[in-house]
Structures are given as structure tokens and as C-alpha cells.
Write a protein that binds this ligand. Structure first.
Ligand code: NDP
Length: 295
């Protein structure tokens, strides 16, 4: 299949790389040198504009920071819409916002194209290994089409509802992830101040019902080692949790815990900056307690 991929960032790059073996791939990236390097490494084509990317593609992937950038990519004489072929399937792997996705879906339907919001979970490691989970919002026919290409980088592909449903679920899923990271950081700093070594506290948490992905993998591998690898920006997690709050508002719910988590993430983003990794939110609890969670 002729596939176009827009957005070669931290997760877009390994996702696109897995498409090379099975499909005829063309890539586009805002910073052209990134697309050039990818094209040279993988022996694939590079489109000079989003319009030309769309002209040659039966399936188009977008993987950008938020839905705002996806909408901007559609617009203008060199935008995706200008080159879109009737029957093209657009799969948006951005962690986006449901309302904008419904608008994008409507615009593309009028042009004879199909749209699926298909955010992914599993991180850069999952993208490299082809083991991501995709949560797909689409009409059933579009879902079945999308599944045949998503399987290159996803092990689990679930149809979660109509267009927008994938983005709603991803937003709340990341709000839960953020809650877990902050809860582990706050709980562990309190335990350390009470005299329990950080590694002992983690061993016990992970042998108890309090364990989570945050306690089993993120905090031990990234905070206790003080390695803080940069794989998923705190700014992107903050955006996801804000999208979750919009979903919560639409549902007319109070959701006091998740609103507090959103406020803490915004504060962490201001303190730590736009390039900080999401797990660095742990540093906020460390600063408050005056201790470091060292292994
Ligand atoms: P990055 O910040 O690493 O990359 C962002 C990509 O979007 C780059 O290719 C960047 O291009 C491009 N971009 C930024 N602004 C614009 C713009 N205005 N117009 C066009 N292109 C633009 O992000 P990630 O790859 O980490 O994340 C991408 C999406 O995937 C996000 O929605 C994120 O929430 C989601 N996600 C990320 C995960 C991860 O582990 N990293 C896990 C699951 C989901 P340029 O090279 O020019 O900067």
C-alpha cells in the first residue's frame, strides 16, 4: 500500500520505520532535515509539502503534538486537504482532542476521505517493538481498513467507538497515568522521610495492591537511577490531561482528583520547562519533601 506519514517525532519515527518493510512509504516532517535523515536511513521517499504527501497516498498517518497542529496541516494551498485523493484513509495517531477530531472527520468525509482517530499507548519502546495498543474511534468499515495497517506497529487494536472516542479514551487514560506517577512520588517521599529507604518502599509497593506501571517501571527505571530519559514530554502529558478535563466537563462531572492532577502537571510544566520528560514530575514531590528518591 502507498502510505504517507507526517510527524517524525519521538514516537512517530519508530512507528514509521516499522511501515517500511511492508509498504511503499513517503514521509513529511516540519523540520525537513529530520525527514531527509529518515528517508536516507530507510531508503524511502520524502514529500516536500503535506499536499504532495497526500497526493501519493492511499493511507495517510499523522502523529503531531496535538489536534491543533493536525488541523493546521490540513489547511492552505500546500496542506493535506489540497492533495487528498477520494477514498484516502487518514489515521490520526496524535493524542488529540475529541471535539476537533469530530470536526476533522466531518471535513474529510465531505472530501470523500475516511478518518480514524487512533492514538496509541506503549511509548517509544512499544513503537520500536511493534507492540503498541491502538484505541480507534471510527465507523466500523473504517476501523476494519485501519486495522490492516495499524497492525505493523500495534499488537492490540481496539475499536472503542465513533470518531473522537479514541481521543477521549486516550486523554483519560493518560490522566490516570499522571495520577499514578504523582501518587507514587508523593507516597514514596513521605515514606523516605519516615525512615524507609526508597528501594525498600518500592519493593513493598510492588508486592502490594498499590503497584502500577509507574511504581513497577517508570519510577525505578527513571527516577531512582536519576537517568531521566526523554521519551515523552511532560508538556504533552499536560496537554492530554487538559483534554481529559474537557471530556470530564462535557460529561458534567466534577472529578476532583483528576482536576488536582491537571493543576499539578501545569505547575510542573512551568517549573521544569517544555523539554522535560513526563516522569520528571516526580521532582516536584521531591522538592516539596526535601528528599531525592535515589536507588
Ligand atoms: P515530539 O515532540 O517528539 O514530536 C512532535 C512531532 O510533531 C515532530 O515531528 C514535530 O516536527 C511535529 N510538529 C510539531 N509542531 C508542528 C507543527 N506546528 N506543524 C507540523 N508538525 C509539527 O512528540 P512525540 O512524537 O512524542 O508525540 C507525538 C504524539 O504522540 C503526541 O500527541 C503525543 O502525545 C503522542 N504520544 C507520544 C508518546 C511518546 O512516548 N512519546 C506515547 C504515546 C502517544 P519537528 O521535527 O519540526 O519539531
Amino acid at each position: 500500500m502507498r502510505i504517507g506519514f507526517a510527524g517524525l517525532g519521538a514516537i512517530g519515527r519508530p512507528m514509521a520505520a516499522r511501515l517500511v518493510a511492508n509498504h511503499e512509504l513517503t514521509v513529511w516532517n516540519r523540520t525537513g532535515s529530520v525527514a531527509e535523515a529518515f528517508a536516507a536511513t530507510h531508503g524511502v521517499a520524502m514529500a516536500p509539502t503535506p499536499r504532495e504527501l497526500a497526493e501519493g497516498s492511499e493511507v495517510l498517518f499523522t502523529c503531531l503534538p496535538s489536534s491543533r497542529e493536525v488541523v493546521a496541516l490540513l489547511d492552505g494551498p500546500d496542506g493535506l486537504e489540497a492533495g487528498l485523493q477520494s477514498g484516502t484513509l487518514v489515521i490520526d495517531c496524535t493524542s488529540g482532542d475529541p471535539e476537533r477530531s469530530r470536526q476533522i472527520g466531518g471535513r474529510l468525509r465531505e472530501l470523500g476521505a475516511a478518518f480514524a482517530d487512533s492514538p496509541v499507548s506503549g511509548g517509544v519502546v512499544g513503537a520500536e517493538a511493534g507492540t503498541l495498543t491502538a484505541m480507534v474511534g471510527a465507523e466500523p468499515d473504517t476501523f476494519y481498513r485501519a486495522r490492516t495497517v495499524l497492525n505493523v506497529f500495534c499488537r492490540t487494536i481496539i475499536h472503542v467507538g465513533p470518531v473522537g472516542a479514541g481521543h477521549a479514551l486516550k486523554a483519560v487514560s493518560n490522566a490516570i497515568l499522571a495520577s499514578n506517577i504523582i501518587a507514587v512520588a508523593e507516597g514514596m517521599t513521605a515514606a523516605v522521610k519516615a525512615g524507609v529507604p526508597a528501594t525498600t518502599a518500592l519493593d513493598v509497593l510492588n508486592a502490594s495492591n498499590a503497584r502500577s506501571f509507574a511504581s513497577m517501571e517508570l519510577v525505578p527505571q527513571r527516577a531512582l537511577t536519576r537517568a531521566w530519559p526523554k521519551t515523552f514530554k511532560l508538556a504533552l502529558l499536560d496537554k492530554d490531561v487538559k483534554n481529559a478535563i474537557a471530556v470530564i466537563d462535557d460529561a458534567g462531572l466534577e472529578a476532583r482528583l483528576l482536576r488536582t492532577v491537571s493543576a499539578l502537571l501545569s505547575e510542573a510544566r512551568t517549573v521544569l520547562g517544555e523539554e522535560a520528560d513526563h516522569v520528571e514530575v516526580v521532582k516536584l514531590a521531591e522538592q516539596e519533601a526535601g528528599v531525592e528518591l535515589r536507588g
